[in-house]
Design a protein around this ligand. Structure first.
Ligand code: UDP
Length: 468
């Protein structure tokens, strides 16, 4: 009957990159629990994940894509951090409302960056619970909330003077130079959360129990990750988010040729760009460390590359010390390979959680947004990473400079990968946390049960409202 027919959930990711990827995984996760999942996208963005949805459909899951067309939808560009940190997607309001009126799902999960959706959906008075996807973990969210009430810009004089974030279980120090530089992004997130039914978080309880509890004091929340674990076949892992610039067999062959835990994987995510000067410093540091590595460099740098760098690339190819991927990398496939023993990351939340899930310790190199907070989780709370030492937002589109020198790069690589005790301890700890991550999404695990709890709550609402 109608009461027992499957729950229908809409997922409305923000366009592209690090926001879209986890939301698609989350839609697939709920579909694996028997939910009818619908991912809302646009003509430009849907192709990047259509194949994974088709694979899920073939394996019997109820998941599909609904494309919103508006005159401008096809032109929504990737969030360009130099112009504006949050792309305006409000032209999707009319088609979104139309879809909601037609289909009346049991709930809609939308990215916190679609702030306009809060009013648009609430004003429809459809009684469709609106759940916000908070792209960060609970630790970063707690830090954000506590920093904003502490007002460091009024209370701390110097940009580089460390202050202790109040109200946290752990002693966490930050500097003003590490705080997100765009206050209106906080306003956007606040707007999304006002009057929302709840928040879903891509994390797992055992990773940050104190912060999950603290976050739940102010938020109705379901902690349902790591959602990257719902990519089980090679195709899902290889082309997640975008078609990879290297085929899976070449990368696996290269990795198979290296000893276990020897390879450092280096990536700065889908948005950040480093200056060529900085890239050259990393190259010098890597070469001096002698450590095998896979380094993802987004093709935006190609035009700027120097003679030194071309020589470096050639040398690495010959010596087989390093593999450079120009473009999109099959990150999950790499991180979970036994030869990978470290991850130099910009600490975007997805990358951080993927590193954790694969049991890989990190070299932290935050660049912007909440990445400095995620670094603290890795280095000070979990103690599974070493800092490379970046102190400041790197205005990568404005100033062509290197903020971290070759010696610091080499030192961090040696500390984590050089065979010392500290690195080994971090690797062991990371492995244990990775095992907890996998348990969390299995039947009876914390995240699994959180997902089931949300579904059951939606069923109860339906029963009470006598809808459908
Ligand atoms: N990613 C990938 N290949 C790449 C770069 C990124 O698969 O070459 C994925 C990565 O696995 C992660 C996401 O893109 O899921 C990046 O999200 P994150 O939060 O780490 O950083 P952002 O790109 O949002 O700064």
């Amino acid at each position: 009957d109608s009461v027992s027919s499957p729950i229908e959930m809409f997922f409305f990711p923000f366009v592209g990159g690090g926001h879209q990827i986890p939301m698609i995984d989350m839609a697939r996760m709920f579909a694996s629990h028997g939910v009818i999942s619908t991912v809302i996208s646009t003509p430009k963005y849907a192709p990047s994940f259509r194949e994974s949805i088709v694979r899920d459909q073939r394996s019997g899951h109820s998941i599909s894509i609904e494309i919103l067309c508006s005159t401008d939808a096809a032109d929504i560009s990737d969030a360009n951090m130099s112009a504006t940190p949050v792309t305006d997607t409000s032209m999707l309001e009319v088609p979104l409302k139309k879809l909601l009126l037609q289909r009346r799902p049991d709930c809609i999960v939308h990215d916190m960056f679609h702030h306009w959706a809060a009013d648009a959906i609430d004003n429809l008075e459809l009684d469709v619970p609106r759940i916000v996807f908070n792209g960060n973990g609970c630790f970063a969210s707690c830090v954000r909330e506590n920093v904003s009430s502490f007002k460091p810009h009024e209370t701390v004089n110097s940009k580089y003077e460390p202050f202790v974030v109040p109200g946290l279980v752990d002693r966490i120090e930050l500097t003003r130079s590490q705080l997100p530089a765009f206050p209106f992004v906080a306003d956007i997130m606040q707007k999304s959360k006002e009057n929302c039914y709840g928040v879903v978080v891509n994390s797992f309880y055992e990773l940050e129990p104190a912060y999950v509890e603290q976050f739940k004091e102010h938020n109705k929340a379901w902690i349902v990750g790591p959602v990257s674990l719902y990519n089980q076949n090679i195709a899902d892992k290889a082309d997640r988010g975008k078609k990879a610039a290297i085929d899976e067999q070449s990368i696996l062959n290269w990795l198979n040729s290296k000893p276990s835990n020897s390879v450092l994987f280096i990536s700065f995510g889908s948005v950040s760009r480093l200056a060529q000067e900085q890239i050259n410093e990393i190259a010098h540091g890597l070469q001096a460390s002698n450590q095998p590595f896979i380094w993802v460099i987004r093709d935006v740098f190609r035009g700027e590359r120097t003679e030194f760098f071309s020589g470096f690339e050639e040398k690495m190819k010959e010596s087989k010390q390093g593999l450079i991927i120009n473009g999109w990398a099959p990150q999950l496939l790499i991180l979970e390979h036994g030869s990978v023993g470290g991850f130099m990351t910009h600490c975007g939340w997805n990358s951080t959680l993927e590193g954790v899930t694969c049991g890989v310790p990190m070299i932290t190199w935050p660049i912007s947004a909440e990445q400095f907070y995620n670094e603290k989780l890795v280095t000070d709370v979990l103690k599974i990473g070493v800092r490379v030492g970046s102190l400041d937002w790197l205005s990568w589109n404005v100033e062509p400079r290197a903020s971290v020198g070759r010696d610091a790069v080499e030192a961090a690589v040696k500390r984590l990968m050089g065979g010392g005790r500290e690195g080994a301890e971090m690797r062991n700890k990371a492995r244990v946390i990775g095992e907890m991550a996998k348990k969390a999404v299995e039947g009876g695990g914390s995240s699994y049960e959180n997902a089931v709890a949300l579904i059951n709550e939606l069923k109860d609402r339906r029963r009470m409202n006598g809808r459908h």
